[in-house]
Design a protein around this ligand. Structure first.
Ligand SMILES: [Zn+2]
Ligand SMILES: [Zn+2]
Length: 264
């Protein structure tokens, strides 16, 4: 046996900074500076190699961001932020746009048929890669869908997606605030925390979460919010969704953790 044998299966891993929760101009609560070009340029300036677009209940602006990013980086992951019946926000990320579209169609059926009032809630703008307005989404994307946390989780897992309850340390619209605990048997790939500097406090209150993977994201609704102090970091053998999934599972040396942002 060669003395090098044990090195054969160890891949070269590269560090990628990630922001897996970004809203665009499609979210009624997001600023009009959250267009595809601004988001991709900001990611490049900040050294963010992986971004996920996670508007409320729609993936309609993902193609424009992906088109602007081209071959990347950043890698653009299609996502949706769902608000369940329990008013819990769940970050749902998918391997490709077709799968995300299929999930979005299901979610749309479960949204209350309320029309947006741009004067009250803000415009919901769908754009192309050149940032030309294609149309205004008329159904209000804010609000809860008629699905439980468990039902949404089932649909995400069925589609090989990633389920990450959003901003669990916030006092509202979060799994831990609204339900009080992580339901036993619920498959989550990670939990998102808004203020990672307070993770010890969270783990003191919820000691059963000590073996769960935590990520942090900007949840940016304004461009300046993308520049966070802490960032999720992946160590991957390639820039693909499959590699990201391996990292959440801690497989073959891949890993995901929270670090201070490297602005170089
Ligand atoms: Zn949210
Ligand atoms: Zn959000």
């Amino acid at each position: 046996m060669s003395v090098f044998a044990e090195q054969i299966d160890v891949p070269m891993l590269t560090r990628y900074q990630a922001d897996l929760h970004i809203h665009t101009v499609l979210s009624p609560c997001a600023s009009l500076d959250m267009g595809p070009a601004n988001i991709v340029r900001a990611a490049r300036r900040l050294g963010t190699g992986i971004i996920a677009i996670a508007d409320h209940h729609s993936v309609a602006n993902v193609p424009a961001v992906a088109e602007y990013a081209g071959e990347g980086p950043p890698l653009v992951i299609p996502g949706i932020e769902v608000q369940t019946k329990e008013e819990v926000h769940l970050l749902c990320l998918f391997p490709d746009l077709n799968t995300a579209d299929d999930f979005a169609a299901l979610i749309r059926d479960k949204l209350p048929p309320v029309r947006n009032r741009p004067d009250l809630f803000g415009e919901q703008v769908v754009v192309n890669g050149a940032e030309e307005i294609l149309y205004f989404e008329e159904i209000l994307l804010a609000g809860s869908v008629e699905m439980t946390v468990e039902a949404v989780a089932r649909e995400v897992i069925k589609r090989e997606g990633l389920l990450i309850p959003s901003h669990v340390d916030r006092p509202a619209y979060s799994l831990l605030a609204n339900l009080g605990f992580l339901p036993p048997g619920l498959t989550v790939h990670a939990l998102e925390i808004s203020r990672p500097q307070h993770i010890d406090k969270l783990l003191t209150e919820h000691p059963n979460l000590k073996d769960i993977v935590f990520i942090t994201s900007s949840d940016a609704h304004f461009l300046s919010q993308m520049d966070t102090k802490y960032v999720t970091v992946f160590y991957l053998a390639g820039l693909t969704f499959g590699e990201i999934k391996l990292a959440f599972g801690g497989k073959a040396g891949r890993r995901v953790l929270i670090e201070a942002r490297d602005t170089k």
